[in-house]
Design a protein around this ligand. Structure first.
Ligand SMILES: Nc1nc2c(ncn2[C@@H]2O[C@H](COP(=O)(O)OP(=O)(O)O)[C@@H](O)[C@H]2O)c(=O)[nH]1
Ligand SMILES: [Mg+2]
Length: 413
């Protein structure tokens, strides 16, 4: 081969090499643009449901409301059981396995919340140098978390007041104090739940539309039926035809019959009939669904108060428990809702739903701290067994479980 030929060959290689290089760079750029777009789209989705104030929820114009109902009338449907469900419904094998599994499912359910303010705390404490600035940053993290300013303040004051100066420079001391204080806040004193305390035991479920009332009723009915209790459901959300249908689907799944009225009938009369039937047919528990939105906020509250009075008329002492259902994805708006409902109703328990789908689960601290009403159950998914009795210690353990790399990355992004 002559020198010229070698030179041509090298030049040809260089051209091919350059071509390949540019093609690869172009495709990498496209991929990264796509992932940024995906992320932005995801974030936009999250933004949409962020902090929709209850006033807006309850004071919509008729037109807006109808639009919302049309959407809802297609209706959330209970998830059909899948193989995993069937496995779970049959119960888990050994005691230990069940416990481990339970803890890991709770941990999994709370992973998004851990990716939120807990991961931010974790990052704060993973720094090599701990100094006075840390306190300031800690205060900032707490105040921008979804626990609400009142609770952030009380947590922060508790840390400053109870830890020595040395301890305040030690991440482990601060970390364990935060856990301890959180457990104290979450352990709202409450009498044990006793469904056998009345017959039938009347459980009234209230809360704004879409928070998960009907779903939670289905999950609780299934749980009680599994425990051998006879459960009757009252379709008290007579404002929307789809709401009755949705409750009926849950009734079929859990094996609990549903008492319903004619379209648009008075919710109180449906609930009255259900309680009377519950007593006559020897049911253990009657769970009452209610509407989450009427024409105005005042009307809704008046309606709920009336439902309460009618329960007592049907069976003296009823409702035996009134639970407010709150959607954790609405963050601090859930605290506002709780305050509003508490003014009208004697709330004896809270169910916090959708903890699986949000980084705002820290709001549970604010709810317990400000309401002093016990959280009875938490919802960690849409399936029939995605409901957990709320145990403060287990919750704190799962919430402050060491934040792993993946979650930290999620929090940083
Ligand atoms: N991811 C998740 N979704 C839930 C949970 N609880 C309820 N949902 C969903 O929230 C939506 C509204 O629930 P629904 O029971 O109709 O609310 P209601 O209007 O208060 O009766 C439905 O799509 C449910 O599947 C939960 O714990 N986790
Ligand atoms: Mg409903």
């Amino acid at each position: 081969m002559t020198g010229n030929e070698i030179a041509y060959l090298l030049a040809a290689f260089a051209v091919v090499g350059l071509f390949v290089f540019f093609v690869r760079r172009a495709s990498e750029k496209q991929a990264s643009a796509r992932s940024v777009r995906d992320r932005l789209r995801e974030e936009a989705g999250r933004d949409e449901d962020r902090d929709r104030p209850i006033a807006e929820d309850l004071d919509q114009t008729d037109q807006e409301r109808e639009g919302a109902y049309e959407e809802q009338d297609e209706g959330p449907r209970p998830k059909p059981p899948d193989d995993e469900d069937e496995e779970r419904d049959k119960g888990l094998p050994g005691g230990d396995t069940a416990e481990v599994n339970e803890a890991s499912r709770l941990k999994h359910g709370l992973s998004k919340t851990r990716g939120g303010f807990v991961a931010r705390l974790g990052r704060l404490f993973s720094r090599k140098k701990i100094d006075d600035d840390l306190l300031e940053e800690l205060e900032h993290v707490l105040f921008t978390a979804d626990i609400g300013p009142t609770t952030a303040q009380s947590l922060f004051t508790a840390l400053k007041d109870s830890l020595s100066r040395d301890q305040l420079l030690d991440p482990d001391s601060i970390w364990s104090k935060i856990r301890e204080e959180s457990a104290t806040i979450l352990s709202v004193p409450a009498p044990p739940l006793d469904f056998a305390g009345a017959r039938p035991f009347v459980l009234l479920m209230i809360g704004v539309n879409g928070v998960g009332k009907t779903t939670t009723i289905g999950k609780i009915a299934a749980k009680l039926q599994r425990e051998g209790k006879k459960v009757l459901l009252a379709a008290g959300d007579t404002f929307r035809a789809a709401a009755v249908e949705q409750l009926e689907i849950w009734g079929e799944r859990s094996g609990a019959p549903v008492v319903k009225g004619k379209d648009g009938s008075d919710p109180s009369s449906v609930i009255f009939d259900a309680i009377k039937r519950g007593a006559a047919d020897d049911y253990d528990v009657v769970i009452c669904d209610t509407a989450g939105r009427l024409h105005t906020k005042t009307e809704l509250m008046d309606e709920l108060k009336k439902v309460g009075r009618v329960c007592d008329k049907a069976l003296s002492g009823a409702p035996h428990e009134t639970w407010l259902i709150l959607d954790s994805t609405t963050g601090q708006n859930a605290i506002q809702q709780a305050q509003l409902f508490k003014e009208a109703m004697d709330i004896t328990g809270i169910v916090l739903t959708k903890l699986d789908g949000t980084a705002k689960g820290g709001v549970i601290l604010g709810i317990c701290d400000e309401m002093k009403v016990p959280v009875r159950y938490i919802g960690i998914g849409e399936r029939i067994d995605d409901l957990r009795e709320f145990e403060p210690e287990a919750f704190v353990a799962a919430l402050y479980e060491k934040v792993d790399e993946e979650e930290r990355a999620q929090a940083q992004s």
